[in-house]
Design a protein around this ligand. Sequence first.
Ligand SMILES: *Cc1c(COP(=O)(O)O)cnc(C)c1O
Length: 424
Amino acid sequence: MSRPAPDRASGSSPPGASPSPADAAEEALVAGRGCGPSTAAVHAGEARQKLADAVTDPIVASSTFTFRDTRAILDLLEEKTSREEYGRYGNPGERVVERKLAALDGGEMAVLFGSGMAALVGVLMAWLNAGDEVIFFDECYHRSREFCRRHLTRFGVGFREVKTGDYAALEAAIGPRTRMLVSESPTNPHLSIADCATLADIGRRRGVMTLIDATLCTPYNCRPLDAGVDFVIHSATKYLGGHNDLLAGVAVGSRERLEPVRTLRGIMGGISSPHVCYLLERGLKTLALRMERHNANGLEVARFLESHPRVERVWYPGLASHPYHALAARTMRGFGGLVTFLVKDADWQRTARVVDAARILRIGPSLGGVESLIEQPLVMSYWNYPPEERRSFGIHDNMIRLALGIEDAADLVADLGRALDAAG
Ligand SMILES: *Cc1c(COP(=O)(O)O)cnc(C)c1O
């Protein structure tokens, strides 16, 4: 949809409209091309000249959009114009955020959802039909696998799980019905890294679509689309929003892959509100800056824990001891803010005392915000699972997972040192 460039002396683009770059340099900036990730995070996807000549985008709090006359409706239906119509199909703030997210991930198109789960469900529902089958690596987010196991199967879609990182087993599991392969990178809480190029290669050779839930790496640390994966999804609730103050999700990929997802979203209605879109756009501006600190804090805290006498084992892809360290070092800009460890010689109660003794780190689920969080996976996510089952997921009673925020590493290290000592 081409529209005339606005008059730069007096005009401004309607919110959410195509950004109308003035020249090739602005066009590259809007697409996030030829610039670093910080520049892209700040400028990509946005109109250069906005409503009222403001530097920031407005919150367009409108559930419907009016037409001057019948001709204007017909122009939209005949695709002569591109504009908003009704809030369930999109809103101006959402368009900006989608363009920014697509640029950051190197995709042609992004579709924003009301949560990360809604994004995953949206992609699977848009592309899988009765009789198809989807294969997941077994360390994927348990709610994602639960959706397939309990719900997609009700619609005749088969579901299989394969051991994370076993690409031979993954390829062997592919049958004539297999339509999609799903992995996560890094996984939670073991922080296993997906080999995106290998996954994409298997998918291409076998004619099967591939999807990576890249919530934990973010486009700052890794861009699976560059490796040839078909779909990337993120829980934007985490690092993308970054401030523990919103829920959102996004699916990114080619226009061909994402158009059906957008169409289904318009029917399902899992869209984000204009207010959430504003918060997400604002959060994204500092994505690169925040990720640098999350990465630095992750590495420093992981090194501290690995050398601590009261710690039995640490999982952090930035440590040489992590099973996926070499792959992570080769394919990622940084290793993220999540660190998982085992408290030495501790049962679940003593481990809980470490969690309870932390003062800067707050106890809570989720990750990716500026505030550091601490949790015991056994208690927070697996309390109601039979012990054999949670052990089969690799969840130990003495396991603690940290989602490090952007505080000073020295303070986080001191807090954790104190907490480990206090637990006795
Ligand atoms: C949180 C999370 C989700 C779900 O996202 P919501 O925004 O909570 O719906 C999916 N995948 C991963 C890896 C997550 O961390």
